[in-house]
Write a protein that binds this ligand. Sequence first.
Ligand code: NAD
Length: 285
Amino acid sequence: MELADVHTVGVVGAGTMGSGIAHVAAVAGYRVRLRDVDDALVAKGLDDIDESLARRVDAGDLDAAAADAARDRIEGTTALADLADADLVVEAVTEDRSVKQSVFSDLAATCGPDAVLATNTSTLSITAIASVIDRPERVVGLHFMNPAPVMPGVEVVVGERTSAATADLAHAFADDLGKETWEADDRPGFVVNRVLMPWINEGIRAYEEGVAEKGDVDRGLRLGTNVPMGPLELADHIGLDVVLDASETLHEELGDRYRPAYLLKRKVAAGDLGKKTGAGFYEYE
Ligand code: NAD
């Protein structure tokens, strides 16, 4: 399959990342089928896309007619069968290996044999996700960053069985969405989260252990290292559950230096998951 053969893109999971990926694919001219498990979640994903398109129009990055045309190219669904004619699928469901493997089994049974099946996993093994289907050479990591419509980079992750043609297509597709890519081998956390997750956890521990107030941990890192968000702000933005899932995978695979901060686990247990629930390390409207 060449990029010119890709017309319809399936996105599985209409949460933070799935809705953002659907947005960018539709703006680039692809027909998009966005799937989640129930109507309310699909509707929420589509509402989020309406808002994110409107933000791009307000920012002057997109004209209103192009935003309307992009929105018309996106169809929400709960039926996996609606992804049967997708040429490329990006899976963006919960960061849990068995959930993702079950989605990939369903996709292999639904999509055509040539379709490229990509996962947006933050840390899980591409090889393990691909191992449950009969065409692991068509599976690749396409790791979009959050928010997908804004962040300029996409990490392409190559599993043990990923073919060179599939990896090339993943780069070409991301490039066509206006993203710059880099490639990482299939090891826990790839490049970005291998470095980012311990940074976030260390920021949480600095606050937890009383090194500085939370605002000063964030300000210190912002003003001292020229990053746009400090570790606690970024954790709230990503979702504390997503940070914990990723940290636990890294801890399991790479050992003690990746142990999640206790306060992160306690916040997740309390249901304070960051911006998406209105409270995390900070409060949101
Ligand atoms: P999220 O919780 O916002 O959304 C996940 C969605 O998947 C939910 O709407 C859920 O209902 C849906 N889902 C679960 N099982 C499903 C299934 N079988 N079929 C269809 N939909 C299903 O999570 P998110 O933040 O969008 O993360 C999704 C993936 O992207 C994860 O693998 C995560 O690690 C990765 N990721 C997240 C970020 C981030 O900053 N949040 C950044 C990069 C990558």
